[in-house]
Ligand binder design. Sequence first.
Ligand SMILES: [Zn+2]
Length: 264
Amino acid sequence: MKRILIYIVAVIGICFIIPIFFTTKFKIKEIFSPNEEKVMLDIEKYSYSDFQTIKLLHKSSGEVEEKPLDEYIAEVVSAEIPADYDIEAIKAQSVSARSYTLYKIIHGSKHENADICDDYACCQAWLSKDNRLSKWKEEERVDNWNKIAEAVNSTIREVATYDGQIIDAFFHSNSGGVTETAANVWGGSDFPYLQSVETSGEDAYAQYSSEVALTEEELLNKLKTEFSDIEIDFSNEESIKIIDYTESNRVKTVRFGNKEIARS
Ligand SMILES: [Zn+2]
């Protein structure tokens, strides 16, 4: 029984705490919640003349391509969301991608000569239109692209704002029923519009939940890649223990042997 408990705690730790340290970029895309008391987002239209093109860094080649903003947004949306999703979901993705992109332009990019890159793990996903089309079945290409174009065109110039400013619209595909407060993911200063909110209706998604089972040795070896001097007495129940949780009920601090691993 004790052994099973240890594994369960270990699995919880691996699922919720360890990825925070090993993932360099979390993509949180909050669903806009204009009726939430604490989050008042507006959809506004930006001045078109301010943002006409974007400098896109192609990570694999190192080349920077300058292209019309809306063309870029359509290609991002086509890469970020399946075309068979409801048109309203694709519109929401369009506004989110546009807001995220303009925020990067306004507040400065992490890339020296470009506004954004095409690596989904760094900035946001992107596929050229030709590449995108080639990945769809031939008979679906026209309809799929037209649906993406309709979503982007019908939300043209629309961005999500908070307090009159374009938001840093991080997004992700599933939040397990409740999002996490941004400061609990990255630390540092918080975003008033990236607070924990319930996101019901996600349980049909294939990646809504998952389990990982590890032997003691596997667990220890994984932890040693980050904490070389870690030691765990697996015979002691207290060696692996969740210390506290965040507001969204995710593990905030967990003890593995002589290490307390936390993110705040
Ligand atoms: Zn990037």
